[in-house]
Write a protein that binds this ligand. Structure first.
Ligand SMILES: Nc1ncnc2c1ncn2[C@@H]1O[C@H](COP(=O)(O)OP(=O)(O)O)[C@@H](O)[C@H]1O
Ligand SMILES: CC(C)(COP(=O)(O)O)[C@@H](O)C(=O)NCCC(=O)O
Length: 642
C-alpha cells in the first residue's frame, strides 16, 4: 500500500500511519519462511508435512509458476489436497451456533462470471491460463452464525445453500463430495436430538462431541489465541484484559445458556463441572415472554432498558421505612426480594409495566448467576471467572450486574470477565475437535476479527450465490450502510451508580435501542492469516505491540478517523486509476468507499466493535476492505511511475 517518497514527508498523518503499518509488516514476514521453519530436517523425500495439528503442506512436485525473475513468484503445489475442516455446530436448548471456515479463494473467486474470475486469478498469479489448479492459500476466515434452535430447518437450508457439509478442495471445479460421505462435528443436546434430521436433509452423519469438553477447549483457544477476547465490564466501563497464555489456569468458566454450567478449568482437557443452575437464559427469556408478551429476546432485553424495577421489587428501603440497613452493608435501594412488591399490592399482571417486569427479571437472574459463580470460585480459591453463553448478549446492564455481584461478595478479590465470542465457545470447541483443524497452535497475531463485508445472509434470508458476486456484495453493502446508521453501541447508558452499601441502582439513562442482532448481519468473522510469522529479530516478540497509536483514547481516535475519512476520496481515485479507470473499477471504488465509511462510522459509535483498536488495525481494515472489492494494490499505478 505504500506510495513513494515516504521518507521525505515527515508529518503527513497518512504516511505516518503507513509507516506504522510497515513497522507491523516488518514484524511479520509472510510466506515461505513459515514453511521452511516447520520442515522436519529428517523428512524423507520431497513430500514434507508440517506438524500434525496444522494444515498439511505437501510440497512434492512443487514448481515455480510464471517468471523466475519476479520477486515473489507463485509456487504451485500440485499435490496439495489437504483442506481444513469446514463446519461445526453447537445445538443448544435455545440457539444453534454454527462455525464455518472458508478459505480466501473460496470467497473471493467463487464468482459465477468465469471470464472475470479467471482474469482476477491470473492477475493474482493464482492460476496459469488453461489451468484450473489452485495454489494453497491457507488463509481464510472463521464465520460465526446463529439460528434459533426451533428453526433448525433454516439452519439446514443455510448449510445446504453454501454447501458447507461438503468439503471441496477445489471449490471452482465441479468436484464435490458425494452425498452420504460427510461427517460434521456437533456438540450440545441437538447433536442427539437432530442426528437423523441431518442425515435425512443433508446426507451427512453427525459426530457427537461432549458439550463440556467443547466449552472448555473453545474458551481456552479463544482466550489464548485472540488478543482482545476477554474484557471486564464494571459500571458501564469496558476494559480489555490481556491474557497471558502461560498464566491462564485455573479459572472458573460460567456458561450462561438456557441453563448455567459452572466449570473449574485447570488446563487443556483438565476440567470439572463443579456446579450449575437451572435459572439461566432460558428462564429470563421464557418467563419474560410469558409475563410481557414480547416476541423476541432482544425486544425483552430492550424493554428492560426503559424499566424501573422498584415498582415490582421489594427493596431494603421498603422494609426498613426508607432507611439503609447499613450495619450489614445494605442500602435502602438494594433489592431485598425480587418481585416481592407483588405480594402486598392488589395488582394484576396487566397493572405492571412490561418494562419494569423485564428489568426486575434481568436483575434477579443476572445477580443470582453472579452470586452462585462467586460462591463456586470461593469454594476452589479461584480469582478469575469468565462468563460465556448467549444470555450475556454483550448487554451492558447484564454484565454490570454480574460484575457487581462478583465484586461485592468477593470484596473486590475476584474478577468477572466476559468473552467477545460469548455464545460460540462450544461451537469453537467442536471445530477444534477435528483431527486436523489446524488452529490450536496459531499465534494471536494470526487471527483478527473484522466485519464481514461480503456477508451473504441477512435477516433470515439467504441471498445466494453470495460472496464472489460483486453486484450482490454491493447491494448487501448498501443494506449494511443503511442499517449501520440505525444501529448503536450495545446499550449505551450513563454509568450505573452503586450506593457503596451493596445497592445497585437502576440505570439512570434509558439507553438507545439494542444493537441489531449479530446473526442478522452475520457479524463476527475471524480472519485467519497463517502465513504471517513473527519477525525473528524482535527482542521480545511476546510483548511487542505493533499498535503504537492506541485509538482507545477519544481524541486520538477522532483525529485518525477524520484523517482516514478525509483521505478516502483520494484513495478511491488512486485505486481506480491503478485499475485503468474502467467503469467496473469506478463501481468497485464507490462500493469500497461506502463500505469503509460504514466501518469508520461504526467505530466512531463503538470503538471496541472489532476488539481493541489501534491505528495499525484501522489501516489493515482498510486494506482488507480494498481487497474485498478486488483492488489488489491501490497504489500500483503510483509505484509503476517511480
Ligand atoms: N436471539 C435470541 N433468541 C433466543 N435467545 C437468545 C437470543 N439471544 C440471546 N438469547 C439468550 O441466550 C440463551 C441461549 O444461550 P446459548 O448460549 O445459545 O445457550 P443454548 O446452548 O442453551 O442454546 C437464551 O436462553 C436467551 O436467554
Ligand atoms: C443441561 C445443560 C448442560 C445444557 O446446556 P445449554 O443448552 O443450556 O447450553 C445446561 O442447561 C445446564 O447446565 N443446566 C443446569 C442444570 C443444573 O445443573 O441444574
Amino acid at each position: 500500500m505504500a506510495g513513494p517518497g515516504d521518507d521525505d514527508e515527515q508529518h503527513d498523518p497518512i504516511l505516518d500511519g503507513k509507516r506504522e503499518a510497515e513497522a507491523r509488516s516488518l514484524a511479520c514476514v509472510s510466506g515461505g519462511g513459515s514453511g521452511e521453519r516447520d520442515m522436519a530436517p529428517s523428512a524423507p523425500g520431497p513430500s514434507i508435512h508440517r506438524s500434525g495439528s496444522r494444515p498439511q503442506l505437501d510440497l512434492s512436485k512443487a514448481e515455480i509458476q510464471g517468471n523466475f525473475e519476479e520477486r515473489d513468484p507463485t509456487i504451485l503445489l500440485p499435490n496439495q489436497s489437504d483442506d481444513i475442516s469446514h463446519l461445526a455446530l453447537d445445538i443448544g436448548g435455545s440457539l444453534i451456533k454454527l462455525l464455518y471456515f472458508s478459505r480466501r479463494h473460496e470467497e473471493d473467486y467463487s464468482n459465477d462470471d468465469d471470464k472475470r474470475k479467471r482474469t482476477i486469478k491470473e492477475r493474482l498469479g493464482i492460476i496459469t491460463s488453461g489451468n484450473l489448479r489452485s495454489y494453497p492459500v491457507l488463509g481464510g476466515r472463521l464465520h460465526f452464525v446463529k439460528f434459533e434452535t426451533h428453526k433448525i430447518n433454516e439452519c439446514l437450508d443455510f448449510i445446504h445453500s453454501k454447501q458447507l457439509h461438503r468439503r471441496d478442495p477445489y471449490p471452482w471445479s465441479s468436484k464435490t463430495l458425494p452425498l452420504g460421505t460427510g461427517v460434521i462435528k456437533v456438540t450440545g443436546g441437538g447433536a442427539y436430538k437432530f442426528a437423523d434430521l441431518f442425515k435425512e436433509r443433508l446426507g451427512v452423519s453427525i459426530e457427537k462431541e461432549d458439550e463440556m469438553h467443547c466449552l472448555v477447549s473453545g474458551a481456552n483457544f479463544l482466550l489464548k489465541a485472540i488478543r482482545h477476547e476477554a474484557f471486564t465490564h464494571m459500571e458501564a466501563e469496558k476494559e480489555f484484559v490481556q491474557i497471558d497464555p502461560n498464566d491462564l489456569y485455573p479459572y472458573l468458566l460460567v456458561n450462561v445458556g438456557s441453563g448455567v454450567s459452572i466449570i473449574k478449568v485447570d488446563g487443556e482437557g483438565k476440567f470439572e463441572r463443579v456446579s450449575g443452575t437451572n435459572v439461566g437464559g432460558g428462564t429470563y427469556w421464557g418467563l419474560g415472554k410469558l409475563l410481557t408478551k414480547c416476541k423476541s429476546f432482544d425486544e425483552l432485553l430492550e424493554l428492560s432498558q426503559k424499566g424501573d424495577n422498584s415498582t415490582i421489587d421489594m427493596l431494603v428501603g421498603d422494609i426498613y421505612g426508607g432507611m439503609d440497613y447499613s450495619k450489614i452493608g445494605l442500602s435502602a435501594s438494594t433489592i431485598a426480594s425480587s418481585f416481592g412488591k407483588a405480594i402486598s399490592e392488589n395488582k394484576e399482571l396487566e397493572d405492571y409495566r412490561p418494562e419494569d417486569i423485564s428489568l426486575s427479571l434481568l436483575r434477579m437472574i443476572s445477580y443470582n448467576i453472579g452470586q452462585i459463580s462467586y460462591l463456586n470460585a470461593l469454594r476452589f480459591g479461584l480469582k478469575r471467572i469468565f462468563f460465556g453463553g448467549f444470555f450475556i448478549r454483550g448487554h451492558a446492564y447484564t454484565m454490570d450486574t454480574i460484575s457487581f455481584a462478583v465484586h461485592f461478595w468477593s470484596k473486590g478479590e475476584m474478577q468477572a470477565m466476559f468473552l467477545r465470542h460469548e455464545g460460540f465457545l462450544g461451537a469453537m470447541g467442536a471445530f477444534m475437535s477435528y483431527e486436523k483443524h489446524g488452529l490450536d497452535d496459531l499465534m494471536s497475531h494470526q487471527l483478527v476479527e473484522r466485519f464481514p463485508m461480503g456477508a451473504p445472509y441477512t435477516g433470515g434470508n439467504i441471498h445466494g450465490p453470495p460472496l464472489g458476486d460483486l453486484n450482490e456484495k454491493i447491494s448487501w453493502m448498501e443494506k449494511f450502510v443503511r442499517r449501520g446508521t440505525e444501529i448503536t453501541a450495545p446499550v449505551p447508558m450513563t454509568p450505573s451508580k452503586t450506593t457503596g452499601l451493596g445497592g445497585f441502582d437502576v440505570p439512570s439513562s434509558r439507553g438507545s435501542p439494542l444493537r441489531s442482532d449479530a446473526s442478522a448481519l452475520n457479524v463476527g468473522v475471524l480472519h485467519l492469516v497463517p502465513t504471517l510469522e513473527v519477525f525473528p529479530l524482535l527482542a521480545d516478540p511476546k510483548t511487542y505491540e505493533p499498535n503504537t497509536i492506541d485509538l482507545s483514547d477519544q481524541g486520538e481516535r477522532e483525529y485518525w478517523l477524520k484523517v482516514l475519512s478525509e483521505h478516502l476520496p483520494d484513495l478511491v481515485d488512486t485505486a481506480v486509476a491503478s485499475e485503468g479507470g474502467t467503469e467496473d473499477a469506478k463501481r468497485r471504488g464507490d462500493a469500497f468507499s461506502r463500505a469503509f465509511s460504514a466501518h469508520l462510522a461504526r467505530l466512531m459509535e463503538e470503538p471496541a466493535a472489532y476488539g481493541k483498536l489501534g491505528l495499525a488495525n484501522l489501516l489493515e481494515l482498510r486494506e482488507e476492505c480494498l481487497r474485498e472489492f478486488q483492488f489488489v494494490d491501490a497504489y500500483s499505478s503510483i509505484k509503476q511511475r517511480y
